[in-house]
Write a protein that binds this ligand. Structure first.
Ligand code: GLN
Length: 260
């Protein structure tokens, strides 16, 4: 088989220098590595403000988190790409939007200074920062996603509220998630996943990484490409277990009791 016959996926990372809190770019690395182990070629393109890029050839679009200042810097450029990204999601394009990126993929985010940043409305959700005097949502998170644990680290001032009918990605077991109140974490529309989990999230959550790869392979090559060969995930699962332990220990000490 020549390399041109190998399957391939195009991964785009939006604003890799501005929206890259807590190593969110590691999500692209995780996809690359997991695909390489299965002989799936991956090309990763960084998309910066002003770049001539569209979702035409994209299979997975990643966007990370950032401080309010960085979110504000990318906002106009993201608006310009809004129609294209909405059509891509309608057409089952795969997206992972993390924290600040997740907020801007909703309708809007009201930042800590009270000013609204318009989002692109892929998720039927709004986010608002309650102001500089209110504590941020910081710490390790465990959430339940389709009966499996997902783990990550969160640090956000903004709280996200899903409108009625908008599906969450997961349920919070430990940590704040979308807003520290309703027990919901992230959002999901078709193959677009939004989450507050940094970490980066994919290296520690191989099941989630493989879900995104599988959805992208299905969209490009059809249902027979959905099944991915299993990998040796011992290192990833160790990282997962450590994050799980850290999050649950923090919850135990906050509650003053130990889980069974
Ligand atoms: N600036 C946003 C907030 O504080 C997002 C932060 C982040 O991406 N970690 O809510």
């Amino acid at each position: 088989m020549t390399s041109s016959e190998r399957p391939g996926l195009n991964v785009a990372v939006l604003y890799p220098d501005l929206l890259n809190l807590y190593g969110d770019r590691g999500n692209a690395r995780a996809i690359e590595r997991r695909c390489a182990a299965r002989e799936i070629d991956v090309s990763v393109t960084g998309v910066d403000i002003g770049d001539d890029w569209s979702t035409d050839q994209a299979d997975i679009v990643l966007v990370g988190g950032g401080q309010d200042r960085e979110q504000r810097r990318v906002q106009a450029d993201l608006q310009r790409r809004g129609d294209d990204l909405r059509e891509y999601v309608d057409d089952n394009g795969v997206v992972l939007a993390v924290c600040g990126g997740f907020q801007l993929f909703g309708h809007h985010y009201r930042g800590w200074d009270g000013e609204i940043m318009e989002g692109i409305g892929i998720f039927d959700a709004v986010a608002a920062h309650p102001g500089p005097k209110i504590a941020r949502c910081v710490g390790n998170v465990v959430a339940l996603w389709e009966g499996e644990t997902v783990v990550g680290f969160e640090n956000h001032g903004g709280r996200t509220y899903l409108n009625e009918g908008q599906e969450a990605l997961a349920e919070v077991v430990s940590g704040f998630g979308n807003n520290g109140g309703d027990g919901l974490e992230g959002a999901k529309v078709k193959n677009a996943y939004g989450t507050y989990l940094h970490g980066a999230v994919l290296p520690k959550n191989p099941l989630l990484a493989d879900r995104l790869i599988s959805l992208a392979m299905t969209r490009r090559y059809g249902p027979e490409a959905a099944e991915l060969s299993p990998l040796d995930d011992s290192a990833a699962l160790r990282a997962h277990a450590e994050a799980l332990h850290a999050a649950l220990s923090a919850t135990e000490s906050a509650l003053g009791r130990r889980f069974a």
